[in-house]
Design a binder for this molecule. Structure first.
Ligand code: AMP
Ligand code: MG
Length: 351
C-alpha cells in the first residue's frame, strides 16, 4: 500500500508533505498515491453530523451553481495573496456555517474554514456583502426545508466568521473549503464544496459536493450512460465506506476505487493548474511507473471523488517549494478516497 503523504494534526496547515513513494517502489493494489490517515474512531456513529454535512454542502452547491451560471467579471475580488475570491466563496461558507449550526445546535461548534469577512467589513466590500446576503437568502428561500426569516448582512458576516476557529488536536472541528478549485470555478470547470469533521485530530466524516462532475465515469465512453448529467455528492463516514448520489438527490450507490494493479492500464489525475503541482515531476514519475495514458487534469477535490469511484487509479500532487497545504484542501477528499479503498488499514497497517 502506498504510504501517506499528508498527516493531519487538526491544525490549519499540514506540516509534513513528502513524496508518496520512490520511483522504484513496487506499486500494489490499489494504485493510490494519496492514502491519507483517517480515524479508527468506529464507535461513534456521526449519523446526525453526516446528514447535516450533506445538507449544508448541497445547499451551498446550489448557491455556487447559480453564481457560476451567471458569472460576471465584477464577481471577482482580489485577496492579498491575489487568489480570486468570488461572492460564491463567501456565500457558500455562510450557508455551510448557518446550516451546520442550525442542524446541530451544538454549544461547542468549531469551524476551520478558508474565508473570513475582513474584506467585506471594509467600505469597499459593502456592495459585495449586499450581493452575498441577497444570494444567501435567495438560496435559503428556494429550499422548503428552511423556513427562516431573511438573514441580515450582519448575520451573514457572523456566519462567515464562525469559520475562524484555529482547530487543534482536541475535540471536534469542522473543516471547510467553501469552493475548492476557485480557478476551475471561474473557468466554468470543476470545483467542489469540501466539508469534513475532525474528532480528536482524525477525519471522521467527509462530504464533497461536485456540481460539475458527470455522474458517469469521466473515463467512460459508454454512449448510453447518463454522460451529460452532472452534479455529484460523495460522502464517507469512518468505517462505513464511501457513497455517491446525484446532487438532485438520487439513491446513493456505494463506490470503490479502481482495482487496476498494472500501471500500464492506469490513468492518473493531477491539478489542472501547473502552479499548484509540478506537472513535469508527475509526468516523469508516471513514465517510470509505466503509465501509458496521458494525465487527466482536473481542478479541486473532485479528483478525490472521481478517484473514489475508480475513474482513475492514481493521484499525483507535488506543490511547488514553499507552499504549505491546508487541511481544507484534503480533509474531506482523504476520507472519501480511503473509505472507498479495498484496504481498510491505514498507512501504518492499523485499523
Ligand atoms: P487543485 O484544483 O488541485 O489545483 O487545488 C486547488 C486548491 O489548491 C486551491 O483551492 C487552493 O487551496 C490550493 N492551492 C492554492 N495555491 C496553491 C499552490 N501554489 N500550490 C498548491 N496548491 C495550491
Ligand atoms: Mg482549496
Amino acid at each position: 500500500m502506498a504510504s501517506s503523504i499528508v498527516s493531519f494534526s487538526g491544525l490549519k496547515s499540514i506540516n509534513s508533505v513528502r513524496l508518496p513513494f520512490s520511483a522504484r517502489t513496487k506499486v500494489v493494489k490499489p494504485l493510490l498515491s494519496l492514502l491519507l490517515r483517517t480515524a479508527p474512531i468506529a464507535s461513534m456513529s456521526y449519523e446526525k453530523e453526516l446528514t447535516a454535512a450533506k445538507t449544508a454542502a448541497s445547499v451551498a452547491a446550489r448557491l455556487c451553481q447559480k453564481v457560476q451560471a451567471a458569472l460576471l467579471q465584477s464577481d471577482v475580488q482580489s485577496k492579498s495573496d491575489k487568489s480570486p475570491v468570488t461572492v460564491a466563496d463567501y456565500g457558500s461558507q455562510a450557508l455551510v456555517s448557518f446550516v451546520l449550526e442550525r442542524e446541530l445546535q451544538s454549544e461547542s461548534f468549531s469551524l476551520v474554514a478558508e474565508e473570513d469577512s475582513g474584506d467585506l467589513r471594509k467600505e469597499t466590500g459593502q456592495e459585495m456583502l449586499e450581493r452575498i446576503t441577497k444570494l444567501v437568502n435567495k438560496t435559503l428561500s428556494s429550499d422548503e426545508t428552511y423556513n427562516v426569516s431573511p438573514l441580515s448582512a450582519e448575520d451573514v458576516v457572523k456566519a462567515i466568521d464562525s469559520g475562524k476557529s484555529e482547530g487543534g488536536p482536541l475535540g471536534r472541528h469542522w473543516v471547510l473549503d467553501p469552493i475548492d478549485g476557485t480557478k476551475g470555478f471561474l473557468r466554468g470547470d470543476q470545483y467542489a464544496i469540501a466539508l469534513a469533521l475532525l474528532d480528536e485530530g482524525k477525519v471522521v466524516l467527509g462530504v464533497l459536493a461536485c456540481p460539475n462532475l458527470p455522474l458517469a465515469s469521466i473515463g467512460s465512453h459508454d454512449q448510453h450512460s447518463s454522460q451529460n448529467q452532472v452534479g455529484c455528492l460523495f460522502y464517507a463516514k469512518v468505517g462505513c465506506g464511501t457513497y455517491m448520489e446525484s446532487l438532485d438527490g438520487s439513491s446513493p450507490i456505494k463506490v470503490n476505487v479502481s482495482a487496476i494493479d498494472n500501471p500500464a492500464e492506469a490513468s492518473f489525475f493531477e491539478s489542472f493548474e501547473a502552479a499548484h503541482s509540478l506537472h513535469d515531476l508527475s509526468g516523469s514519475i508516471a513514465k517510470k511507473l509505466g503509465v501509458q495514458a496521458p494525465p487527466v487534469r482536473i481542478d479541486s477535490q473532485a479528483k478525490y471523488g472521481a478517484l473514489s469511484r475508480g475513474d482513475g487509479a492514481i493521484y499525483l500532487r507535488f506543490p511547488h517549494k514553499g507552499y504549505r497545504e491546508k487541511i481544507w484542501d484534503h480533509a474531506a477528499g482523504s476520507i472519501v478516497v480511503t473509505g472507498s479503498s479495498h484496504e481498510e488499514d491505514d498507512w501504518r497497517g492499523m485499523k
